[in-house]
Design a protein around this ligand. Sequence first.
Ligand code: ADP
Length: 555
Amino acid sequence: MLNFKNKKLIYSVIALVILLALFAFAYVKNQASSINYETYQLLLDTNDIQSATIDGDEIILKTKNGTKYKIVKDGVDIKELIKKVPLNIAENSTFVSDLASGVILFIMIFAFILYLRKKDMQARSKMEEKRTKQQAFDIDSFMSTPIKPVVSNITFKDVAGISEVKEELTEIVDFLRNPSKYKNFGIKLPKGVLLVGPPGVGKTMIAKAVAGEANVPFFYQSGSSFVQIYVGIGAKRVRELFAYAKKYAPSIIFIDEIDAVGKARGGLRNDERESTLNQLLSEMDGFEDSSGVIIIAATNKIEVLDEALLRSGRFDRRVFVSLPDKIEREAIINIYLKDKKHKVNTKNIAEITVGFSGAALSTLVNEAAINALKRGSRVIEESDFYAVRDKVLLGKKKILSFSNEEKDIQALYQSAKALCAYWYDVSFDKVSIVSDGIKDIDKEIESRSEMLSKIKVYLAGMTATELFYQDKFSNALNDLQKAKDLANLMVEKYGMGNSIYPNKLDSSNILEEAKDDVKKFLERYKDALKTIKEKMLKDEIVTKEELKSIVNEIF
Ligand code: ADP
């Protein structure tokens, strides 16, 4: 496709070529051939000359048949010539006529170029019009997706497990049921709740359940849908969303994948995302605590969120939703098997699905049912689950699934973290085989020793596998990174190294110091660690209370 610039160039070249051709033609046409005096005399005698024009030192003769000749003026008897033919004595007349024809030509060519340009402009404006229409259509279709509340019929009992999450949210449900009660008592509730957890663990479901329990309208919006290519649309959408939610209050706004809008600013700028985020922040600041609107947002990457979103008065309540443990998995499987005929011991299925999310379990049950049908049976057997487990695993690459040996290593790894977290007083509720419930609570002021304790917990798993297996394993990746990051932060930002000025060696000294301590500690309390590991292998989880009693028994 030619662009406009190229077209312009081509038109100019064409025009120039035409102009040159015409000039050349005119020149050739007007070119008179020289004749000698005899030929002139012959033409004169035969009365063949129609007109004569003096052009400088020459006389241009035009014959009756249009041919032009020229002869040196000095050799011609002008008087004799005048007697026979009219003599045009306007000197340079050919030049004038050439100039005139040149100007006319030029005007013609110029007009031609203008014509071509006009055509081109018309074509361009048509295209532009089409494009604008298309844009308008895109924006219209985005804007005309009506902001409509959904009436949720999901309640807490539909969401299996995650009882702590439900507990944390019951207060919000109560507030939504009766906002005036809270208003009258002057109790402030969070405006925003941030659900943090991996995909498929039921974050959307729980937000819907809060709406269902409180019987209030639910406004769903995905973060990525705000971030459009057209600047200003996302912000407008946010404004509308809040306006509607207030109109329908008490109500819930649910923003899925908030990280799409709320990624930390800086680095590569994205004007649209920033304007949407700013709008979101100002909407959250703008409405009163008692407006009856609660914003629930979900993310699996809290670490990338802009700090402004996490500040007080915004998403200051955070609820962590982790992958279901064995008991929770069994409960979820039971929910999905409820109205299906089966002969399955759900405990066994829970056993083989470590690392499956609620969403993956629902897929698993569905696939097992399909497998039963394929076998020509209406009753789902355990063998159907075994047959499809790997397929579901492959489909969801992110699912963790351990062999027995891996499970052993991971159980030891997590148990060491749990024991250290308890011992070094790092805040947590429970540690499971797949996730630690270590809380990253934002404290305004944190001491060096508190940070060092966190590093010890991050390094505990790795140290334990070194002690028990004399080897290191790749499951230490994330914790090791966290330990390094924190050590760097301590040295570079907080001056907690040996000197105030950052020194690369200081970070590694901090890490080594922490690791030495952990090693000594775990060596000393190997037995406690073994007991915790057994418990972890059996139940996949250890709570703080359980750790307390194990530790108390041993010491
Ligand atoms: P997230 O928002 O965390 O990505 P969703 O809420 O969209 O996860 O969950 C996806 C689906 O997985 C749900 O619609 C539901 O079918 C199933 N699911 C997830 N967690 C649970 C749970 N705890 N109990 C019952 N079903 C669940």
